[in-house]
Ligand binder design. Structure first.
Ligand SMILES: Cc1ncc(COP(=O)(O)O)c(C=O)c1O
Length: 461
């Protein structure tokens, strides 16, 4: 049976939708409708139930990297299902999995050549953290278990991953592993004191990590986890050299550096992995997901260095008892292989390197608008932050979500925005052209102007 939705009106769909609890749902607004039902997608566009064409500004969730509706992925996935739909990763292996693992290991920096597959990003983060603790137990370092994360970081929705995240807004009413996980501040140059240079600011942030390791005791600190660019924390790009220097601090104290590349891997910055190619450092572990299959099928991966693995290989009576029914699922592997092949055959990395600067440049023209404090980003990921006062850089009336208002106007004009409080995130599919970037920026400008008029009328600005 083909599921038909065109005979249902939005009210009926809203009612059915109430059966689900959405991620990050504001419970006070449950049942009030307002969600756009997306029913089709192609290229950089989504189409809603009424056939309205919308640019997918956030590229799904920064994951639809090769664009929507690619036939090669549909064929690879359906062929895989017809040929062999599932085999246990605990006891068997599959050629799609072995081939994909080797392909991404070739792209990985340094000696990060051992790949563990998961069912998504959070599971990859959790597996990386569990791996680190497991490793330290095997090494006999039973106290070396503490993890350092950063404010404004995001590392997923498992208990440990969420504990490593540092977004204040997400801390309400949940419990966290606060005995294990500790935080340092985010390296956000926009909010640095004007009296310090960028280099001084960077050094202070690196020192903060070292101080935190010394405060906790190096013998107790297992890992530092960081996104190369803090993504949903507001696309915070650290000063040049930050990752290299923090990775050196980690090495000095035998602290494992986990680079959370769940957003940045698979092309968003013009490279399959950004840590080495874009940020000039080699972590000990990389976690990836999202763009690994371009969002067609859920999948995640942990890439571990041979150096760490060497401490574990051929250990008697040691089992790495961590894994998922869907670790390296053949359908996910088929989608991942096909997505990577598509990227290679269509030179998408080179395309991002070419259009990325144009995307950033065009978005930065929005800084002339009175409520836009800063436009920042790299490659094809960016954020437009709205402020109440450009000099004071105060986030625009935090209780009032300007981002949602901009999104509403932009959707009426043909663009989906991902609002994060007073910040709008843009991370379109990597296939976006320069003229499509012009469309996106043009609509966003209009949406911001309209939202500004609203809040002026309502006396909020
Ligand atoms: C940097 C980062 N890490 C981890 C995750 C969690 O991944 P998932 O939602 O696939 O579990 C996300 C998701 O947005 C992310 O942005």
């Amino acid at each position: 049976m083909v599921l038909r939705v065109d005979n249902l009106d939005t009210k009926e769909l809203d009612k059915k939708d109430l059966t689900t609890l959405h991620p990050w749902e504001y419970l006070e607004y449950r049942g009030t409708g307002g969600r756009t039902f997306i029913e089709k997608s192609k290229g950089i566009y989504l189409y809603d139930k009424d056939g309205r064409k919308l640019i997918d500004g956030p590229g799904g969730m920064w994951n639809v990297n090769i664009g929507h509706g690619v036939d090669e992925i549909a064929d690879a996935v359906s062929n895989q299902i017809r040929t062999m739909s599932y085999a246990s990763p605990f006891t068997e292996s599959t050629s799609v999995r072995a081939i994909f693992a080797e392909r991404i290991a070739e792209y990985a920096p340094g000696d990060l050549k051992r790949v563990f597959f998961t069912s998504g990003g959070s599971a990859a983060v959790d597996s990386a953290l569990r791996f680190v603790m497991f490793l330290n137990n095997v090494r006999g370092l039973r106290n070396k278990k503490k993890i350092i994360g950063r404010q404004d970081g995001y590392h997923g929705s498992t208990y440990l991953g969420a504990s490593c995240s540092g977004k204040e807004r997400d801390k309400n009413n949940f419990d966290f592993a606060s005995d294990i996980v500790h935080h340092i501040s985010a390296p956000n140059p926009y909010r640095k004191d004007d009296s310090v240079t960028l280099d001084e600011f960077c050094d202070a942030k690196v020192k903060e990590l070292e101080d935190k390791i010394l405060e906790l005791g190096p013998e107790n600190v297992a890992a530092f986890i960081a996104e190369p660019i803090l993504a949903s924390g507001g696309v915070i790009v650290p000063p040049k050299g930050y990752h290299k220097k923090t990775s050196e601090v980690c090495r000095k104290y035998d602290v494992i550096y986990i680079s959370d590349e769940i957003v940045t891997a698979f092309g968003r910055l013009g490279h399959i992995f950004a840590s080495e190619k874009y940020f000039d450092f080699t972590p000990d572990i990389i976690v990836a997901a999202k763009g690994i299959t371009s969002g067609y099928v859920p999948c995640g991966a942990v890439l571990i260095s041979e150096k760490l693995m060497a401490e574990l290989d051929n250990k008697e009576r040691v089992i790495f008892s961590n894994g998922f029914t869907d670790s390296g699922h053949p359908v996910a592997m088929a989608a991942a292989n096909a997505s990577l092949t598509y990227m290679e055959e269509h030179n998408l990395l080179e395309h991002v390197q070419e259009v990325g600067p144009y995307f950033q440049e065009q978005l930065r023209t929005l800084e002339d608008l009175p409520i836009v404090g800063e436009v920042r980003g790299e490659g094809l990921m960016a954020a437009v932050e709205c402020v109440g006062n450009k000099d004071k850089k105060d986030p625009l009336n935090l209780s009032y979500e300007i981002g949602s208002r901009i999104n509403e106007h932009c959707q009426d004009l043909g663009l989906i925005v991902r609002p994060l409080f007073s910040t709008c995130v843009m991370s379109p599919s990597l296939i976006i052209t320069k003229s499509q970037i012009d469309d996106l920026v043009g609509i966003l400008r209009k949406g911001i102007v309209m939202a500004t008029e609203d809040i002026k009328k309502e006396g909020l600005y």
